[in-house]
Every structure is written in structure tokens, then in C-alpha cells.
Design a protein around this ligand. Structure first.
Ligand code: PLP
Length: 396
């Protein structure tokens, strides 16, 4: 059955989309306009931390929408304070500013660091970031990102984001000058291909930045809220960053992000930062539902168990098909392939019948897996079996 395509050309073309429309989702599954089901291991690029339409999120939206949606950020609202208190209580940070996307939270982190540099480091403003990093699609966050080609697409870039190499402390040290205010990184580079910063590197980076009086900013937009098996990925290395950004998983699918900072760094004054939707009770009420689910006893144990299962299964597939292994942390993992047929695998898996499988290939020789954090053992086994069939069809 065709779907009503009359609106297709009314949308700006920002990506090439397949000829299907998703009409509903439940847990690990999506359903299209023909009633075909798809096992979803992308989950909206890691945003649906509890799967599609989880009851807690639906309940929080309904309850809050009936009560109060947006009184304006100029007034306190209870859900935003309650969520901020949960985040500060579970992390090394003291204050939170809520935003609507990862890019916006990172813009806030950049602004906070620049203001801090103006106040405390003689106007220093440069933030060292990393090759292959991804921090968002606003002008400043694109400039901060180390994605190939992004330096020219909307040139000129925002100034002040020299790029170092991940896991190479000397490359960071070499970039520091008297205009440097901070270093910003993803604890696991997600879009860059699921490349973890090693705990040793994170620790050495913390020491270097502390010794030099620089801020350390962790972009946990993809890794935060349980994705890597700890609530926040910086915990794996036992460090205390100065600033952290969250998005994706914290909203469980709705647009919610957070800029978190330690008290010493919180130098915004009234008027410095804002936004009409920021910290609205509708999305922060959802954030509370997600936070309470992810921090419930046993939840992160199960993320780690499922992460191990996925890792073992991907390793077995890699051995069977002569690939190059797997990598990742918790439920953010990648299969390293020996060929550049990622896009064909993604397409064939999606078009599989009677049930499709949704995967992501951020690089031609890599498949990335970011299922719901409450994915079941059976769903992981099913995904691995289906992927094996897809590879057999394409390569067998
Ligand atoms: N930072 C990281 C590490 C990301 O993975 C992403 C999105 O993929 C972003 C920032 C941007 O987030 P958003 O798309 O919500 O603006």
C-alpha cells in the first residue's frame, strides 16, 4: 500500500529517506504504514532509552500536559527543579540548565566556558576538541566537531576550536596556549564510529587540564543516562569533569537536554543564557520518569548484562564472517567490518521480510548498535540471528 506522498516535497530535503512511514512504536519494535514490523536497534539515534512509547513516558506526558505545559522559563516549575535535583544528586555537578537538544546544551557549555575564561583566564576562549568528534549542528557546535568536511560547508567557522587526536595527550598539550580555556570531548565518540576515550586518557586529560587551570567538558549527549552501563560515562574513569552536557537518552524520545556544571564554573548571570522552551515542565516531567527508570535498582546491571551479550554476539559474527571485531561500552557498540558494505547491510536488513531490522552505519565499514536500554535478551538474539541472515544473503 502506498502512503499519502503529497507532503513529501513540502519537506526540505535534509537526508534521503526510504519510501515508508512509521505509524506506531512499542518497545523494541516499530510498525510502518503497511503494518510491517521492524526490530529497532537505532531507537531514534539512541534517544529512546526505554524503547518506543514506554508507559512511564506516556503517563508523564499525559499527566503533565493536562496540568501545565509551559509557564515560561522566567518562572520556577516543579518538574524542572525536581529533575535538576536528581541530576545533581547523582553526579559531581551542582547546577543544571535545561535545553532542547544536544547541540543547544553544547552551545551553552561553550558559552559558559568562554564567559569563565573572560572572568578568570584573561579572555581565554579556545576550546580544544578532537578529530572525528561530533557535538551538534549549530554553527559553533559544527565548528567544535571534528567531522571531515564540516570546516567548509558553512564557512567561515566559529573561531577557537583546535583539534587534537583522541587518546593522545601530547596532541592536546601541543595545542594549549594562553587563549585556551577548556578541553571538550565525548567519553565515547559516537558518530565518529563508537571510539572510546581510554580511562587512562581521561585521567591524564583531567590532570593536565587541572594543572593548567583549564576546564574539562564532557559531551555525554550520547553516552549519558545509562547508555554505557554507568549513569554517566565519565564515571568509568573516576574523574570529576567541570561541565557535562546531556540530551538524547534523558528525554526518552522528547526534546530535552541539560547543561550541568560545578558551582565554581557557574558564572552565568541573569540574561546570559535562556530560551523560551528551556526547562519546561512537560519535557522535564518526562526526564524525571526516564531518570527514575534508569536509576531503579538493577536497571544498570541489566544494561551491562545486555551489553556483554551484544558484545559476545557481535564477536561471534565477526569471527564467522572474517570481520575485524567489535568495540564499545555498555549498549553503545559497533561491529568493525572487513568491507565497506555498511549501507547495503542497513538497507537489506530494513527491507527484510516479513520483519525488518533497523541498523545504523556511521561509516561504510562499521555498524553501530544503540538499542533501548531495556532491550531483552531475546531481542538481542533475534537481532544477531537476523543480521547473520542478512550478511549471508549479501556475502554468502
Ligand atoms: N553531541 C553528541 C555526542 C551527539 O552524539 C549528538 C547527536 O548525535 C549531539 C551532540 C547533537 O545532539 P542533537 O542532535 O540533539 O542536537
Amino acid at each position: 500500500m502506498e502512503f499519502d506522498q503529497s507532503g513529501v516535497n513540502a519537506l526540505m530535503e535534509i537526508t534521503s529517506r526510504p519510501d515508508l512511514v512509521f505509524v506506531r512504536g512499542q518497545g523494541a519494535w516499530l510498525e510502518d504504514h503497511n503494518g510491517k514490523r521492524y526490530l529497532d536497534f537505532m531507537q531514534g539515534w539512541a534517544v529512546n532509552s526505554l524503547g518506543h512509547c514506554p508507559p512511564q513516558v506516556v503517563e508523564a506526558i499525559n499527566r503533565q500536559a493536562a496540568q501545565l505545559i509551559n509557564p515560561s522559563p522566567a518562572f520556577y516549575n516543579q518538574p524542572s527543579m525536581d529533575l535538576a535535583k536528581r541530576i545533581t544528586g547523582a553526579s559531581c555537578f551542582d547546577r543544571v540548565f535545561f535545553a532542547n537538544s544536544g547541540a543547544e546544551a553544547n552551545e551553552g557549555a561553550i558559552k559558559l566556558a568562554r564567559k569563565w575564561g573572560r572572568l578568570h583566564r584573561n579572555g581565554a576562549y579556545k576550546i580544544i576538541t578532537f578529530d572525528h568528534s561530533f557535538h551538534g549542528r549549530t554553527l559553533a557546535t559544527m565548528s567544535a566537531s571534528g567531522k571531515p568536511g564540516w570546516d567548509t560547508i558553512y564557512a567561515p567557522q566559529v573561531d577557537g576550536f583546535p583539534k587534537a587526536d583522541l587518546n593522545d595527550l601530547d596532541s592536546v598539550r601541543a595545542l594549549v596556549d594562553d587563549k585556551t580555556v577548556a578541553v571538550m570531548l565525548e567519553p565515547v565518540q559516537g558518530e565518529g564510529g563508537v571510539i572510546p576515550a581510554s580511562p587512562e586518557f581521561m585521567q591524564a586529560l583531567r590532570k593536565l587540564t587541572s594543572d593548567l587551570g583549564l576546564l574539562l567538558i564532557v559531551d555525554e549527549v550520547q553516552t549519558g543516562m545509562g547508555r554505557t552501563g554507568k549513569l554517566f560515562a565519565y564515571e568509568h574513569s573516576g574523574i570529576v569533569p567541570d561541565i557535562m552536557t546531556l540530551a538524547k537518552g534523558i528525554g526518552g524520545g522528547v526534546p530535552l537536554a541539560a547543561l550541568c556544571a560545578r558551582e565554581e564554573v557557574c558564572c552565568f548571570e541573569p540574561g546570559d543564557q535562556g530560551g523560551t522552551y528551556n526547562g519546561n515542565p512537560l519535557t522535564t516531567a518526562v526526564g524525571i520518569a526516564v531518570f527514575d527508570a534508569v536509576t531503579a535498582p538493577g536497571f544498570l546491571d541489566s544494561v551491562n548484562a545486555r551489553g556483554d551479550q551484544l558484545s559476545q554476539g557481535l564477536l561471534a559474527l565477526s569471527r564467522k564472517w572474517g570481520m575485524k571485531g567489535e568495540r564499545g561500552v555498555g549498549l553503545l557498540r559497533a561491529l568493525k567490518m572487513d568491507r565497506t558494505d555498511g549501507a547495503r547491510i542497513v538497507e537489506t536488513a530494513r527491507d527484510w521480510n516479513p520483519e525488518g531490522l533497523l541498523l545504523n552505519s556511521p561509516r561504510p565499514d562499521l555498524l553501530r548498535f544503540m538499542p533501548a536500554l531495556n532491550v531483552s535478551a531475546d531481542e538481542i538474539d533475534l537481532m544477531l540471528a537476523r543480521l547473520d541472515e542478512v550478511i549471508a544473503k549479501l556475502r554468502g
